[in-house]
Ligand binder design. Structure first.
Ligand code: IYR
Length: 223
């Protein structure tokens, strides 16, 4: 393929250093208020907010700019109910038989179990799909690169965008998630990556008192 036309990067914005520091602190404070919640209110959330957050997710960098993601946003009670039934079936098997003891022990502090009422109660579920390869209109397929990395970055932006808009989120990973292909009519090149539950936290929502690693535990600077 030929080189794309190159245009000036006029969208770039530079800030004075003191403002850069302030902005980096403010961003940290914003994202540090994000917590996973598992109890959602049934209060409606305007579709435009979900659309914008997905639009933001789509700005993620991706291998060879293939943008190998697809976001299916579901508010239909019928489809949410189908997803809950299928997910709970998988989770029942997970908690009762499939999960090794070590995994169950690691999950114990979070208090999760096989009941997933939030899949029906929250106003929106966003199923994130990773496209293993792309499909052209004429039926030919296009190779995708670094699909996991690309979709992971996009999903991070999606969660951050939803949080910044004032919504609570839950990253839910029923395993296996193939039922999502069936319920959501996805084609064979799409692999379910993650299910994001979003809406307002229910009144009296509590969160586990767990802590984030300190900066020095997650980074070393070599200067
Ligand atoms: N998918 C199960 C189990 C689960 C696994 C991990 I790793 C978590 O961080 C949380 C839950 C469930 O959703 O309950």
């Amino acid at each position: 393929m030929a080189t794309a036309e190159f245009i000036p990067y006029s969208a770039y914005r530079e800030f004075p250093e003191d403002e850069m520091i302030r902005r980096s602190e403010e961003f940290y404070e914003l994202v540090n208020r994000r917590r996973t919640v598992r109890t959602f209110s049934d209060r409606n959330v305007d579709r435009i907010i979900i659309e914008k957050a997905i639009h933001a997710a789509g700005t993620a960098p991706s291998g060879a700019n293939m943008q190998p993601w697809n976001f299916i946003a579901v508010s239909s009670p019928e489809i949410k109910s189908k997803i809950r039934i299928a997910a709970e079936q998988e989770e029942k098997e997970f908690y009762a038989n499939k999960a090794p003891k070590e995994w169950l022990d690691a999950l114990a502090p979070l208090g999760t179990d096989d009941k997933k009422p939030f899949l029906e109660r929250a106003p929106w579920l966003i199923a994130v799909f990773a496209e293993k390869y792309g499909k052209l209109e004429d039926g030919r397929s296009v190779k995708h690169y670094y699909v996991q990395e690309s979709v992971g970055i996009a999903t991070g932006i999606l969660l951050t965008a939803l949080h910044a808009a004032g919504l609570a989120t839950l990253t839910h990973t029923p395993s296996p998630m193939n039922f999502l292909n069936e319920i959501l009519n996805r084609s064979e090149n799409e692999r379910p990556y993650l299910l994001i539950v979003t809406g307002f936290p229910d009144e009296n929502t509590t969160i586990p008192d767990v802590h984030r690693k300190k900066l020095h535990e997650i980074s070393q600077f070599i200067v």
